[in-house]
Design a protein around this ligand. Structure first.
Ligand SMILES: [Zn+2]
Length: 179
């Protein structure tokens, strides 16, 4: 007898439930983006008012294009606040810290792995196999990506996304509706 649990046993991991967006959700996202959203499989984070702030997007869009930004930040207030931090040089500072701080670098790499694992739950596209987004696993190239991931997954998964959210908290937060 093997001591290993069987896949169908009580220790099996339940597949995640992914609730598709409603027509109202997609209408809000279209308004936020100024275009029709494509490939949205779920709303990954919402404002306290219920409006989407991050959408979870299929790794391959309906027209066949591979799409690496699985968690896409749509809330205009958040996008603007994060853009200001990018313009202020925060990414350069984070990249310097990633190069100097092994613990932070390891956490950033774990965020990359989580990103890929969450994408794998909703599909795949061979062109982006092993490629996450935003500069992960080794760099920071887009803070919007890290913030989208942090909002979708909650604190403790994407440390630099968490930090960025803390920095914009007075200006934008999912807990205070400014929609
Ligand atoms: Zn709101």
């Amino acid at each position: 007898m093997s001591g290993f649990p069987t896949a169908s046993g009580p220790s099996a991991i339940e597949p995640p439930t992914i609730e598709p967006p409603t027509a109202a959700d997609l209408a809000v996202v279209a308004e936020q983006l100024g275009r029709e959203p494509r490939g949205v499989v779920a709303v990954a984070a919402r404002c306290v008012c219920g409006r989407p702030v991050v959408v979870r997007t299929a790794p391959r869009l309906p027209d066949g294009t591979p799409f690496p930004t699985t968690y896409y930040l749509t809330a205009p207030g958040a996008v603007a606040a994060v853009s200001r931090l990018e313009a202020g040089g925060l990414m350069r500072e984070m990249n310097e810290r990633l190069a100097a701080d092994a613990e932070l670098a390891a956490a950033h790499r774990r965020a990359h792995e989580d990103y890929l694992a969450r994408r794998a739950e909703i599909g795949s596209a061979e062109e982006i196999d092993g490629i996450s987004a935003g500069g992960m696993p080794d760099r920071v190239k887009c803070l919007h990506v890290l913030v989208g991931h942090a909002l979708a997954r909650g604190p403790g998964i994407n440390p630099l996304g968490d930090e960025t959210l803390a920095l914009i908290a007075d200006e934008w937060s999912p807990r205070v509706c400014r929609c």
